[in-house]
Design a protein around this ligand. Structure first.
Ligand SMILES: C[S@@+](CC[C@H](N)C(=O)[O-])C[C@H]1O[C@@H](n2cnc3c(N)ncnc32)[C@H](O)[C@@H]1O
Length: 273
């Protein structure tokens, strides 16, 4: 499976549980090739993946709503945005910058422009930046994004991405965030903690990627300890949760009784100081 296919898979998961994800536009990205991939993932890795990704979207949907209520002319910057659709459910006064690899960004722009013209999506102020985080320097990324932000308050989101990056690139991105943001701005991010590496379900995930990597689309399998997020230069941790706890909060017929049975991601909201 190529990295860009993971963006289609996650979006399709959100479309299965619109009442939880609150992403009523995810279904626009659904397609037969992704539909064909999903049963094997749910069977061979974990049947809970769709609901967990929907919960992740719900958490950030609510974080973004509350930030942009206070900062209604702010800017949402989504790093590794894939096919996330947050801005279409938020107020039309905010602007969005979608940052991802060129193939994703080009495809997303083409489709979003088309669906907006057809009236399937509400019109939003969206700018696109094609950047490969592994190949560009801090200075290059900051120089491309600064003019797009226009000094607005920002909420940066990076979810479902650290797993594919190494620590050096992750550190570089936090340097970028520090340069782009002002005090009071936020970063929402997601990772697997190293504890997850011991679970059977995580090892099934790695085995799935290994056995389905027919394209040599290589990537890291990064996990990041909780402490990392307490020691980021320029930031303080404001909120921490995980998908196991979000399940208890949002899923009424929740049948997940043990953290180690699921691919439990940790979610952090940091504030620039
Ligand atoms: C699993 S998808 C998650 C997409 C989206 N954040 C979501 O939650 O639906 C991972 C995304 O990270 C992007 N990505 C991975 N490595 C990247 C890199 N080195 N530079 C830029 N984007 C990258 C992929 O292109 C893909 O869109």
């Amino acid at each position: 499976m190529q990295v860009h296919e993971t963006a289609f898979v996650v979006s399709t998961y959100r479309s299965y549980h619109e009442n939880i994800s609150k992403d009523i536009y995810a279904r626009l990205w659904n397609n037969p090739a992704t539909d064909a991939l999903i049963p094997d993932i749910l069977n061979s890795v974990s049947k809970h993946e769709a609901i967990l990704h929907s919960l992740r979207n719900r958490f950030f949907h609510e974080s973004l709503q509350s930030f942009f209520k206070e900062n209604n002319k702010g800017c949402l910057i989504n790093f590794g945005s894939g096919f996330s659709m947050y801005q279409f459910s938020l107020d039309n006064t905010l602007s969005t910058i979608e940052v991802d690899k060129k193939d994703i960004v080009d495809y997303k722009k083409e489709k979003v422009d088309l669906w907006t013209r057809e009236g399937k999506l509400p019109s939003r102020d969206i700018q696109y930046a094609s950047i490969d985080f592994n190949h560009k320097t801090t200075e290059e990324i900051v120089a491309s994004l600064t003019p797009l932000i226009k000094k607005k308050p920002t909420f940066i989101i990076i979810e479902g991405v650290f797993f594919f990056l190494n620590r050096q690139t992750t550190n570089k991105l936090f340097e970028v965030f520090k340069e782009l943001q002002k005090p009071g701005d936020k970063v929402g991010c997601v990772t697997y903690l190293p504890e997850v590496e011991k679970t059977d379900v995580y090892n099934r995930l790695l085995a799935y990627f290994d056995s389905n990597n027919d394209t040599n689309d290589s990537f890291s399998h990064q996990t990041i300890p909780h402490d990392y997020f307490l020691n980021i230069n320029g930031y303080t941790l404001k909120e921490y949760t995980d998908e196991f706890d979000l399940c208890k909060k949002y899923v009424s017929d929740n049948k997940i009784s043990n953290k180690s049975d699921i691919l439990n991601e940790s979610l952090f909201v940091l504030e620039k100081i």
